[in-house]
Design a protein around this ligand. Sequence first.
Ligand code: ADP
Ligand code: MG
Length: 310
Amino acid sequence: MTRGEFEIIASIARRIPAPGRDVVVGEGDDCAVIRCDAREDLLVTTDLLLEGRHFLPDAAPQDVGWKALAVSISDVAAMGGRPRHAVAAIALRPQQTGAYADGLATGLLRCARRHGVDLVGGDTNATDGPAVVCVTLTGKVARGRAVLRSGARVGDAICVTGALGGSLARRHLRVTPRVAEAAALVRGGRVHAMIDLSDGLSSDLGHVLDASRVGAEVWADAVPVHRDARRASAQDGRSALAHALDDGEDFELLFTVPERRARSLAKSGLAGTPVAWIGRITRRGYVLRDREGGPGRAMIRGGHDHFRSP
Ligand code: ADP
Ligand code: MG
């Protein structure tokens, strides 16, 4: 029997020996957190994009290069950090060594410049299989201030930036990492937990609940449904809400804060991006309610798993 993505990761994680004392957070969050000096901690994350899986052979190489870095920047943002240095490892098919390689570099460097990231190296290889682009990114965060998945507290409000679902059809390559939003959020203090939405809300909020050992209820009428989710719904008959809850690659931020903070964020937004207050952290269970106080049913973790989805 094949295992799912998270079973494989868990089986590796179980075998990792106790890390050195400079490892503040190891496997299990959006980035690792490494203690390096008295002022700042170092963040590290890596993401691999595979042709035919994360992008199609006819995708514009500029978009692929942009996305390869942007998804890692999203992970640094989700820790409340500032992206800093990237290395890029690429494997290209023989047909991709010319204009394609140039386009990839253009997209990568454009994303780097936009976010103040220095590209400091990488590795380049030939392949007979699909192309691979793997970016490893560092970031910085004030010492001890990284926002973890594990900090959610019972009674916290659950919030998300932007609108969710249906990204696959049109916008999944044009990732806009929410760096400014995360920076504005952590400046205001009292952010207990945060994750970026890469696998889908139902699955990614599940990671926060597991890490924090708490439960949650989500209010369906409060979930911000993207117009692309409605469009996808019209095409495949699944509800727009199901798309918003289960589709991956939104790269929005999900975070938990005290209710008072959520109330003001829902009015003000963050750095020009809307914020929706979609539910509450509870002692246990994982429930989807029609609305706050309304009837509920078990939330299914329907998000993306590379080994389970087509
Ligand atoms: P994200 O979507 O934030 O990039 P993932 O879902 O890819 O995170 O990974 C979840 C966690 O598992 C992360 O902390 C990641 O570092 C860890 N992880 C994933 N693959 C491996 C691996 N092969 N070895 C060790 N840790 C891994
Ligand atoms: Mg992440």
